[in-house]
Design a binder for this molecule. Structure first.
Ligand code: FE2
Length: 286
C-alpha cells in the first residue's frame, strides 16, 4: 500500500510492516503521523530501516503517537539517555564498571511491556545504535492471532476470565528495585485485567497475557491457574505465530504493546548491543 508520504510492505502474514520512504530525522506532518498511527493499528509492528536519528528525533517522532513515559526503574535504577528522561537505554555495555543500560545480554521471555499497570502502555519505539553479529533478535506475536489460534474449547473457556499481572519482576527476570519475589501469587502485588480484550473499533478479540512468571487467574486454585495458564501460553506462543526482527544499526521498530507480545533472543555477552527506547502512553483519541 502507498500513501502520499510512504510505502507499507508487510513482512509476515500475521503482523509487521516495513515503512519505506520516510526520513525520521525530518519533521513529520500531522497527516503522515496519522497515517503511521493507522498503519500501526493494522500491522501492529512498524520497521523503519536505515534511519540516522538522535534522541531528540526519536522523542519527536514518538510524541506524534502519544505522551511519553519516563524511563522505567530497572535492576540498575533509572537508566536514560543523557538529557532525555524519556529515552530508556537497553544495553549490556558497561562503562567505568557501571552498566549504561538495562536487561543485559540474556533472553527476555515473551511479554507485553508493563501490562501490570491499570492502563498498559500503547506503544514503544526501539532504535538500534549498536547490534551484535549474532543473537539479540526481537520476536513479535499478534495477540489477535494468538486468540484466534486457541483450540475452540479453550477459547470459550478464557472469554470472561481475568488475569492478575505481576508487578515485581521485569522481562529479563530481574526484580524491580523495592520489590520482593512473590511467595504466594494469590496475594502478591499486581493488577487484574480481562484475559480477553476487544479492539474498541473493530471488536476483534485478543489475549492479554502480559507475562508468564507469577501470573494468576483469580477464582482458581494456584494449581488450576498454573495448569490453565500453561495451556493458554503453549497455544499462544507457538513458533508459527511469531515473526522475528533481525536488527541492523539504524533500525527503528515501533510496536503496539496492547495487541502484541515480544521477546528477545540472548546474545554473546562480549558483543555490544545498544538500543534506545521510548514508551508511549495511550493518547486521548485511542
Ligand atoms: Fe519489553
Amino acid at each position: 500500500m502507498t500513501t502520499d508520504a510512504f510505502h507499507i510492505h508487510p513482512v509476515s502474514p500475521l503482523l509487521g510492516a516495513e515503512i519505506r520512504g520516510l526520513d525520521l530525522s525530518q519533521p513529520l506532518g500531522d497527516a503522515t503521523a496519522a497515517a503511521l498511527a493507522d498503519a500501526l493499528d493494522r500491522h501492529l509492528v512498524l520497521v523503519f530501516r536505515d534511519q540516522r536519528i538522535g534522541d531528540a528525533d526519536q522523542v519527536r517522532v514518538s510524541r506524534h503517537f502519544g505522551p511519553l513515559d519516563k524511563a522505567p526503574i530497572t535492576e540498575h535504577g533509572r537508566l536514560h539517555a543523557p538529557g532525555f528522561e524519556e529515552v530508556y537505554v537497553i544495553s549490556n555495555v558497561t562503562e567505568g564498571g557501571r552498566p549504561i543500560g538495562a536487561l543485559g545480554a540474556g533472553e527476555s521471555v515473551w511479554h507485553a511491556d508493563m501490562a501490570y499497570l491499570e492502563t498498559p502502555p500503547y506503544a514503544s519505539s526501539l532504535y538500534a545504535l549498536e547490534v551484535p553479529d549474532e543473537g539479540g533478535n526481537t520476536g513479535f506475536i499478534s495477540m489477535y492471532a494468538a486468540y484466534d489460534a486457541l483450540p475452540a474449547d479453550l477459547r470459550t473457556h478464557v472469554d470472561g476470565l481475568s488475569l492478575k499481572h505481576d508487578s515485581t519482576t521485569n522481562s529479563g527476570g530481574y526484580l524491580r528495585q523495592g520489590y520482593e519475589a512473590p511467595v504466594d501469587v494469590t496475594t502478591s502485588p499486581g493488577t487484574v485485567h480481562p484475559l480477553v480484550i476487544r479492539h474498541p473499533v473493530t471488536g476483534r478479540r485478543a489475549l492479554l497475557l502480559g507475562r508468564r512468571p507469577y501470573a494468576y487467574i483469580p477464582g482458581l486454585s494456584v494449581a488450576e491457574s498454573e495448569a490453565l495458564l500453561d495451556r493458554i501460553w503453549d497455544a499462544a506462543v507457538r513458533p508459527e505465530l511469531a515473526w522475528h526482527h533481525r536488527w541492523r544499526v539504524g533500525d527503528l521498530v515501533m510496536w503496539d504493546n496492547r495487541w502484541t507480545m515480544h521477546r528477545r533472543d540472548p546474545f554473546p555477552e562480549h558483543l555490544r548491543r545498544r538500543m534506545h527506547r521510548t514508551q508511549i502512553r495511550v493518547p486521548e483519541r485511542a
